[in-house]
Ligand binder design. Structure first.
Ligand code: ADP
Ligand code: MG
Length: 695
């Protein structure tokens, strides 16, 4: 596909966006689509037919030959099933056809996607339905239609359906609150999301020599390189030409797809980079993040690079996260988390803030579980990532306000007695981007929250579904009280004070990496769910089930299904990693180190014949031999433990966490020691220094 020269022409050129729809649809159909977006009405079949026809014409003009319903099954990646537009019309001729029915509903065989027992395979058919709030786009000669994926009984089999439900629900509840503040204009409140995506780029040839990278996406072995992140200042220097070429290509690829990408070269670890898009509505942001992850890999391939999206590709080197920036915006263009300049605006801001604080405290376990999977276990709680304990960072200024509300005491800057919510003005809360707390899992950054726990490889739908829903719950509780209020001003004051008082424990402005914080957090009664195995049960905790069922986001069955999928996935991932490790030890590492020790012994013989000293050869051969046997034992243990994984998904998960993970750590420690002793030419695959400084 040729690339238009100018950015405005390039941007969105592969997207069937609003402008294109306006151009190509009758005003009646365009109006019907628009109404469907703003009022949530459904499309009738004649409108769907017209849209399908216009979409197809547009796509064919752009060179597309196929169409696909593009969806996000619970695996966390995207899936697609391609059908061609081609319909035979006899006489060896074809026409390009695509109907409204095919647009709004497709029927992939759902049996090969995880459903967590929601759908037995004999009734394997699920259906996908166009999500008209997300634009269709062209990718590799296929028209991609973003869709939801459901079973025939209506249960969500994907991540989009519950996301859309949560987007609607938080809007409904937020509008109730806005009405109480006299806002009669806002019709919709939209969760706004800007996910920052971190990734590593390494050389493809080196990648191909590492079985662990190929099989598991991360290195299972690797001693600390002589040079790590210590020289980060140097590293910040010039962008290497190969990386610059990749970033240019990635930006252009994403722009054509309508993704507002701004790639950067700013991460701490060598070879690590970041792509942050300009934020958009949560649904688009989640779709675009999926698309961005896919394109990062594809573009890398074109440059003989490999893009690693794993949370922790290299032990001892910063891992990759996906900071989920989240806020609420009205269709009249207001950000509900921006402190205002009038007392009334501030009262409203404080109510939304209180709702958030209350929600995060009450559902901290659920938020934690939305980021729980094996890759992220290597990251959360490690030095560069937030701890596994959830807390909110407000910054000194806002925290001062909250404290004065709680204590009813003098409020520093303004010099007033007590802060009268709705009567006094707040001091200005700076939008602090440079000096903010980077150790907090949930930081207020002036007009949004930055949830820093999500992992780089994961779909951001799960965390955003949770944020939207817990916010909807707090707001609905507040609205229930305030809608009945006889004295709005004083009930509002009381409500905000109560929420901050009861949930102050979740606010923490100190250093989240400090061990003292973990002790303090425990005193405060906050959850510290250290691993995936600890965190996953929160999916089905009764209070959480109640929350999601109440708001119509997940049914009990859907939550149970998600829980089961994650539990099973944990064991699958650990199982693959452990087998890969054993395979590499037996087939690559043991033979290599044994060869090295043997050769050293040969040299000892040769040297002794000549009467030369051979301390180096002897001691090294001795150390290597001892470690070789220790590694054999560790590998034997890993293999026999792997053969004894108990039946039952939950038992298997706990066993993998408690037995297999420590086995792997033990085998790794020995191997890494061996790596430092073994001559480079004997080591069977590229080491960290090669990989991290390869590009
Ligand atoms: P930093 O690295 O300092 O966190 P970045 O610019 O890399 O900052 O990322 C900030 C992200 O937050 C961007 O994706 C940006 O579009 C997004 N963002 C900014 N304002 C909002 C908002 N009100 N709601 C949601 N996301 C936002
Ligand atoms: Mg950030």
């Amino acid at each position: 596909m040729s690339t238009p020269a100018k950015l405005p022409e390039l941007f969105g050129s592969l997207v069937f966006n609003e402008e294109t729809m306006k151009e190509r649809l009758s005003s009646a159909s365009y109006g019907a689509w628009k109404k469907c977006i703003t009022d949530g009405t459904s499309l009738n079949i004649s409108t769907a037919n017209e849209i399908a026809e216009a979409m197809k014409q547009w796509a064919v003009e752009k060179g597309a030959t196929h169409y696909t319903h593009w969806f996000q099954p619970m695996t966390g990646v995207t899936a697609e099933k391609h059908d061609s537009f081609i319909t035979p019309v006899g006489g060896g001729k074809i026409i390009m056809e695509f109907s409204g029915k095919e647009l709004v509903r497709g029927e992939p065989d759902a049996s090969s996607f995880p459903s967590g027992g929601l759908r037995a395979t004999f009734e394997a058919r699920g259906y996908t339905a166009w999500d008209p709030t997300s634009f269709a786009f062209i990718k590799e000669d296929s028209l991609c239609i973003p869709t939801v994926f459901c079973s025939y009984s209506g249960e969500a089999l994907d991540k989009k359906a519950p996301l859309l439900r949560s987007i609607d629900e938080v809007s409904r509840q937020a509008v109730r609150i806005l009405r109480l503040f006299g806002d009669t204009e806002t019709r919709r409140v939209t969760a706004q999301v800007g996910p920052e995506q971190e990734y590593f780029l390494i050389d493809k040839e080196l990648y191909n020599q590492r079985k662990d990278l190929r099989m598991t996406g991360r290195t299972l072995f690797g001693a600390k390189p002589p040079r790590g992140q210590e020289l980060e200042d140097h590293y910040f220097g010039a962008i290497k030409p190969r990386v610059a070429a990749y970033m240019k290509d990635l930006d252009e690829t994403l722009w054509a797809l309508g993704v507002l990408s701004k790639t950067k070269h700013n991460e701490v670890a060598p070879s690590q980079h970041e792509m942050a898009p300009i934020y958009s509505d949560a649904n688009t942001a989640c779709d675009h993040n999926q698309l961005a992850m896919e394109m990062m890999k594809k573009v890398a391939d074109r440059h003989n690079l490999v893009c690693l999206l794993h949370e922790k590709p290299f032990a001892g080197v910063n891992g990759s996260g996906k900071h989920d920036n989240w806020s609420l915006g009205t269709d009249t263009g207001k950000n509900l988390f921006r402190p205002g300049s009038t007392p009334r605006q501030n009262a409203q801001f404080l109510l939304f803030l209180a709702a958030f604080v209350k929600g995060v405290d009450e559902y901290q376990d659920f938020l934690r579980t939305t980021v729980a999977f094996p890759g992220n276990d290597h990251r959360l709680g490690a030095q560069e990532a937030p701890p596994a304990v959830i807390s909110i960072f407000l910054g000194d200024d806002l925290n001062g306000v909250v404290e004065s509300i709680i204590k009813g005491t003098e409020f520093k800057e303004a010099g007033k007695r007590t802060l009268q919510i709705g009567i006094d003005v707040l001091p200005s809360i700076p939008q602090d981007n440079t000096d903010r707390n980077r150790t907090s899992p949930m930081a207020f950054t002036g007009n949004k929250f930055e949830f820093r726990m999500p992992g780089s490889s994961q779909s951001v739908s799960g965390p955003n579904i949770a944020l939207n829903t817990i916010m909807a719950e707090s707001l609905s509780q507040f609205a229930d009280v305030l809608e009945q209020s006889k004295d709005f001003q004083s009930d509002l004051q009381a409500l905000i004070k109560k929420a901050f008082t009861e949930h102050q424990r979740i606010i923490f402005n100190g250093n989240g990496y400090d061990d003292a914080w973990l002790v303090e957090a425990e005193k405060r009664g906050l959850c510290n769910l250290k691993s995936t195995a600890d965190a996953l049960p929160a999916y089905v905790a009764p209070k959480n089930v109640e929350l999601f069922v109440k708001h119509g986001i997940y049914t009990k069955g859907e939550l149970q299904a998600r829980y089961e999928i994650h539990v099973e996935n944990y064991s699958t991932v650990v199982g693959i990693e452990a087998s890969t490790m054993a395979d590499m030890i037996r087939h690559d590492i043991l033979p290599a180190v044994s060869g090295y020790a043997t050769d050293l012994c040969g040299r000892v013989d040769a040297k002794e014949t000549c009467g030369f000293p051979c301390k180096y050869e002897k001691t090294t051969a001795g150390e290597v031999s001892a470690l070789t046997d220790a590694l054999l034992d560790a590998c034997d243990k890993l293999e026999s433990d792997l053969a004894a994984v108990p039946a039952g998904a939950e038992k298997a998960m706990v066993y993998n966490h408690e037995v297999i993970i420590p086995d792997m750590a033990a085998a790794r420690t020995i191997t890494d020691k061996l790596e430092t002793l073994t001559a480079s030419e004997y080591w069977p695959f590229p080491v960290y220094a090669d990989l991290l400084f390869s590009v």
